[in-house]
Design a protein around this ligand. Structure first.
Ligand SMILES: Cc1cc2nc3c(=O)[nH]c(=O)nc-3n(C[C@H](O)[C@H](O)[C@H](O)COP(=O)(O)OP(=O)(O)OC[C@H]3O[C@@H](n4cnc5c(N)ncnc54)[C@H](O)[C@@H]3O)c2cc1C
Length: 412
């Protein structure tokens, strides 16, 4: 007997997305065939002075959505160069992302990526409806079974689907799990800074780190035993982005909020034993932000009733593989696959479970790879080498193919 709850629907679903970060904007884009309202607590005006690279598994999806590379203006990663603290090369490998994985590895200014995702979600162009973004709309309560969210000002909104993309401190996660979860401190903090390119290019020894070399632009890492400095260009190579990961004990005032200011002199001090080239990069940091890195184990579940958690709300991960934003984009794409335009409201809880099933193992594994890379493998955990990580992380072609591999039925 056919299940009546899967009978085709004749109206669009009302979808509420909580949070307009990468996950929320990506979900709003993937679900444009429904009526999408994004609720964002902030005024979406804060510029985050940092970059984020999107590996080919994620850029492939965003390009299918219409990501405009000219508007984005992001350099590509054509190589990865790892050096020791002493400045000696460990290895430099070429990256053929487009050839091997079908999409570029993009080095983005966060604001540029955010703006592009916002454009994709809200543009009037195209046959399907643009999402609405409401700012200063803080969600304080979520009822998973009823599909209701309550805003701080008392407004109550009912939806067929609630996509909780509200980040590492998710309120929706508390409603889904039934208890409040606080991600553990990892023992590391990350400094983030952008340095204008012309300051770096004036030093011929480090100019290539922002301007590129004969092979184009790439990622450079100076690796010490308990700290590392990652540098790559962003925004048409106008800036050098740096992420410097140090022990918490050396990152005074660090919290898990993005915008806590760091002290450039303390940052430089943390790398005092590093080679001159690394220190010469850091000497150009005039302001920086600090972010305390938190570790989270896979959750018991991402779904309850009409709610699904995605992005950092579902699987916050350490940044050592640069996959947190990429996994958020993969989650969003999966929602587009599992909630097609014909979806009936009564089938939503079951379809969200299927989307979770397809995403959970992969995102949890990548979360584990990132932790193992940062903190070392746990007892009994398989050690996966960099080549295996790359094949697993980048060789993803979307939720439909993954579901077929797993034997999970995709709705039509
Ligand atoms: C140092 C560092 C470097 C990183 N580098 C990379 C990288 O190179 N590549 C990569 O892929 N990933 C990287 N990541 C990870 C990546 O930044 C995150 O995984 C990604 O930004 C998470 O996006 P999100 O939308 O899930 O969450 P968030 O970015 O936290 O967005 C959540 C949104 O929800 C809003 N919100 C929260 N609560 C509410 C509420 N109650 N009501 C309404 N709105 C709410 C917030 O204001 C925010 O806008 C890095 C992370 C760190 C810390």
């Amino acid at each position: 007997m056919p299940d009546a709850s899967f009978a085709p629907n004749t109206r669009k679903l009302d979808v509420v997305v909580i949070g307009a970060g990468i996950a929320g904007l990506a979900a709003a884009t993937a679900l444009r065939h429904h009526n999408v309202t994004v609720l964002e607590q902030s005024r979406l005006k804060e510029e985050i002075g940092a970059a984020i690279h999107l590996a080919p598994n994620a850029s492939k999806i965003a390009l299918k959505w219409g990501l405009d590379l000219d508007k984005l203006g992001s350099p590509e990663a054509n190589w990865y160069h790892e050096l020791g603290a002493d400045g000696n090369t460990h290895f430099k490998i070429p990256i053929f992302a487009k050839k091997e994985f079908g999409a570029p590895w993009l080095l983005n200014h966060r604001v540029d990526l955010h703006n592009e995702l916002k454009r994709l979600a809200t543009t009037e162009e195209g046959p399907i409806s643009p999402a609405t973004i409401r700012t200063a709309a803080k969600v304080i309560r979520v009822d998973c079974e009823e599909g209701v969210v309550e805003l701080q000002d008392g407004e109550v909104i009912k939806a067929d689907v609630i996509v909780a993309a509200d980040g590492i401190h998710s309120v929706a996660r508390t409603a889904v799990l039934g208890n409040q979860l606080v991600a553990k401190r990892s023992g590391h903090s990350a400094y983030r800074a952008l340095i204008p390119a012309d300051i770096v290019t004036s030093n011929p020894r480090i100019a290539h780190i922002v301007a590129g070399d004969a092979q184009g632009t790439g990622l450079t890492t100076y690796m010490g035993p308990d700290r590392r400095l990652v540098a790559y260009p962003c925004r048409r190579s106008q800036y050098l982005n740096i992420v410097a990961i140090v022990p918490d004990s050396e990152a005074e005032g660090s919290t898990e909020q993005w915008q806590v200011p760091g002290r450039p002199e303390q940052l430089l001090e943390s790398f005092s034993a590093f080679c001159d080239d690394a220190k010469n990069i850091l000497r150009n940091v005039s302001s920086c932000a600090l972010w305390q890195l938190r570790e989270q184990d896979p959750l018991e579940t991402w779904t309850k009733g009409k709610v699904i958690l995605i992005g950092d709300a579902a699987h916050a991960m350490l940044p050592h593989q640069g996959q947190g934003g990429g996994q958020a984009i993969e989650d969003a794409e999966a929602l587009g696959v599992f909630l097609p335009s014909s979806t009936s409201p009564s089938s939503v809880p079951e379809l969200l479970k299927r989307a979770e099933k397809v995403r959970y193992e992969r995102a949890s594994l990548i979360q584990g790879f990132s932790r193992a890379k940062a903190l070392g493998p746990r007892e009994g955990e398989k050690v996966v080498n960099a080549q295996e990580h790359a094949q697993y992380n980048f060789g993803y072609n979307g939720a439909k193919e993954w579901a077929e591999k797993m034997g999970v039925e995709v709705p039509v």
